[in-house]
Design a binder for this molecule. Structure first.
Ligand SMILES: NC(=O)c1ccc[n+]([C@@H]2O[C@H](COP(=O)([O-])OP(=O)(O)OC[C@H]3O[C@@H](n4cnc5c(N)ncnc54)[C@H](O)[C@@H]3O)[C@@H](O)[C@H]2O)c1
Length: 263
């Protein structure tokens, strides 16, 4: 029986994944502000420390998988600084803090949830991405400010994808046998997406942004991909960012990736 910690387990993709893993016989330790075994606010350093400590207690100090689903959508009336704390620091600090528990696990694997907004949202503030990656939460929050967070959402997901790619290949991750990868979903029918659709300003824009396959994703489809990345057939994946978005990235950016190396 594997032990897998899942943040954001209380809803959407994290809940779908938790149900799938539990049905397959895994022990899931859910972390969320709601509907989870461990209730913690990953938007604060104290909440993250509490979550890491309690996952340690619940697991006996050993986990075989970690999936970071917790996150907030960007909204016109949600502060940008909050997204910096929840989506970026609330994810990378859990990955770093629980890495020692993974290192003691069997065929350990970590999967972070990024987004196809990393490539499909125009004009990402790369200076703010750099501020996140620099690791100073207060500085990044100040740089983001307390205005709208719609444009900050892709910043947090880009910084996260790059953090995953930078760290996956290091001695601490690949060198200790832990696979670290990211999934980049497109629009998936969850409460997070619905919150955006319900917003009078951005709702119509989201609704107009239709994927080529003609529908949104289902949480179960993303859960299946994550379950694969956690499993024995995915041990060759290292630092990959897997897009699962109904073709939106391929449609908008067909020739931009693979991007030739120009030394
Ligand atoms: N739904 C989409 O269209 C979509 C697309 C791309 C990426 N994503 C990402 O997928 C992940 C899962 O989202 P979802 O769509 O399943 O949304 P969701 O709202 O159904 O689930 C997200 C969970 O995160 C939890 N959470 C939020 N803030 C938290 C905090 N401070 N501390 C602890 N938990 C917190 C929420 O309580 C919720 O249970 C998110 O990171 C999201 O950004 C979603």
């Amino acid at each position: 029986m594997r032990t897998v910690a899942v943040t954001g387990a209380g809803s959407g993709m994290g809940a779908a994944l938790s149900g799938r893993l539990t049905a397959a016989g895994d022990r899931v330790i859910g972390v969320d502000v709601q509907n989870a075994e461990i209730q913690a606010d990953l938007g604060t350093p104290a909440g993250r420390a509490q979550a890491i400590e309690r996952v340690g207690e619940a697991s006996g100090g050993v986990i075989d998988g970690l999936v970071t689903c917790a996150g907030l959508n960007g909204l016109p009336d949600r502060p940008a600084s909050l997204l910096i704390s929840v989506n970026y620091f609330g994810t990378v600090e859990l990955l770093a803090g629980l890495r020692p528990l993974l290192a003691r696990g069997t065929d350990p694997a970590a999967v972070a949830i990024s987004s196809n907004s990393t490539t499909c949202a125009p004009g990402i503030d790369e200076a703010l991405v750099a501020a996140c990656l620099a690791g100073d939460e207060e500085a990044a929050r100040a740089q983001a400010g307390d205005g709208e967070s719609v444009s900050t959402y892709p910043v947090t997901k880009t910084a996260l994808a790059w953090w995953v790619r930078r760290n996956a290949v290091t001695p601490e991750w690949a060198g200790t046998g832990i696979t670290l990868n990211a999934v980049a979903p497109g629009a998936v029918d969850t409460p997070l997406l619905q919150e955006g659709l319900d917003d009078p300003t951005i709702g119509p824009l989201i609704a107009a942004f239709q994927a080529p396959i003609g529908r949104n994703g289902r949480p179960e489809e993303i859960a299946a991909l994550i379950a694969y990345l956690l499993g024995p057939d995915a041990r060759f994946f290292c630092g990959s960012v897997l897009f699962c978005d109904g073709g939106m990235d391929a449609q908008l950016r067909s020739d931009d990736w693979p991007s030739p190396w120009k030394p």
